[in-house]
Each structure stands twice: as C-alpha cells, then as structure tokens.
Design a protein around this ligand. Sequence first.
Ligand code: NAP
Length: 248
Amino acid sequence: MNNRGTAIITGASSGIGAATARRLAAEGFDVVLGARRMDRLSDLASEIGGVALPLDVTSPSSVASFVASVQACRVLVNNAGGARGLEPVASADEDHWRWMWETNVLGTLRMTKALLPSLIESGDGHVVTVTSIAAVEVYDNGAGYTSAKHAQSALHRTLRGEHLGEPIRFTEILPGMVETEFSVTRFEGDATRADGVYAGLTPLTADDVADTIAFAVTRPAHVDIDEIVLKPRAQASATRAHRDAVRD
Ligand code: NAP
C-alpha cells in the first residue's frame, strides 16, 4: 500500500469521522484522529494503527496543542460538527446557536487556518469539509443549523479562490440524512425522537460518506473534486422524503 501522507480527521470518535478515519487508514494514509471523547478515539486509533489526540475545535488552546503535536498534514477532514435543537427563529435558543456556530464554523476556521501552512508545504494539500445539504437549503425550525452550515460552506469555498495556484485542493461534502449519533446530539439524548428522523427509509451510513471522501482524496493531484452531494435514494431534499410504513 502506498504511503499517502498524513490525514487529520476531526470528530473521529463517532459517525462519519470514525468511518473516514478507518477508510483513509485502509487507503494507506497515516491517520491522526481528533475529538473530545478520548476513550473512543484511542480504541479506534489502536484498531487502525492511527494516532489519537484530544481536540476541542471550539477551544483555540486545544486546537493549538493539537496542531503542535502533529508532524505533518497532507489531508485535513473538517468533520467535527453537528446540530443542537430544532426550534423556530421566534423562539431560538442562543446557546444552541452558539454551540453550532462555534463547532461547525469557527471550528473549521481554526483547524484550517492552523494547518494551511503544513498542507501547502506537503506539496499536495487537500482540505475536505463536511457541510450538509443544510448548507444549500433551509427548513422550518432549522435556522441555527442551516445558517451555520451555509457559513461553513462559504468559508470553505472562499479558500478555493484564495489559494488558487498553490498546491492545495478543496472538496466540500454535502450529505443528506446519515444515521449516526447526529440526531441523538440534536435532540440532546432523546433516542426515540432521533430514531424518528430515519423512520420508514434507508438512510445513508457513515461508510457511504467515508467512501466519497476516500474517492475525492485519492484522485491525482491535478483533479479537484469541488463538491459531492449525496442523499439516500428516498430523500429528495431536506424537507421531502419518501417513507414506507416499515423500514426495510
Ligand atoms: P456524530 O456521530 O454526532 O459525530 C460528530 C463528531 O463531532 C463526534 O466525533 C464528536 O466527537 C465531534 N465533535 C463535536 N463537537 C466537537 C468539538 N467541539 N471538538 C471536536 N470534535 C467535536 O455525527 P455525524 O453525523 O458523524 O457528523 C459529522 C459531520 O457530518 C457534522 O459536521 C455534521 O453536521 C455533518 N452531517 C451529518 C449529517 C447526518 O445526517 N448525520 C448530514 C449532513 C452533515 P466528541 O463528542 O468526542 O468530541
């Protein structure tokens, strides 16, 4: 297996991040995993031969210590993020908004800003940012999340122009419904409400998303996959899905 250099994956303790770490390790990357839950992160790192480092993307000092501990970075996967709550703007919870903006938007900004020099120095840097179809659509009660994902996407897409001519690529991944801990986090531990999100359809799996990330980062250096939108077959948009009475 070729050594493809170091890939750093944020939010690698569960869901899409964990699946991406597994998949990129299998593709021949040296993987560095970052998240707050170190028990999970360490178990996964030892399973796939990676390195686990504590990371809280909402904390500038945590990001600085994380980046100081890594020797190199060829691929950065900005995946840490998620949603909190589902309430109309009229009764918006500012703590939920702050959490979503800090994690998805400022987290991506901090990690990317800190690692851009190493990414460019690698001679073939690649920033993958996991946004969402919520980065291009809005839906009732979702403005905290959709506004954060729109902003994260705008930040990511701006980099493409700012670094044109430099050895670095930018890929945005925009998934629809993926069954992970995402909805449990959104509904603050309410598993029944979280299960309802995926009722009557077959959602994407974290591995499906990891597969698209692996595709993007294993193309030749002159190929930039700008964006990949992927949704379950049963989902047409953020607000429209076909649901069977019983999930297959
Ligand atoms: P998940 O299973 O809840 O994973 C979220 C990950 O983010 C966890 O590993 C969590 O780790 C990490 N994280 C949260 N806050 C963090 C922080 N402050 N610092 C570092 N890591 C942090 O959900 P997921 O579905 O895999 O979500 C991954 C990304 O995909 C998110 O950006 C999400 O918005 C996006 N997405 C998800 C869906 C979906 O339907 N699931 C759809 C579109 C986009 P710790 O708690 O251990 O820190």
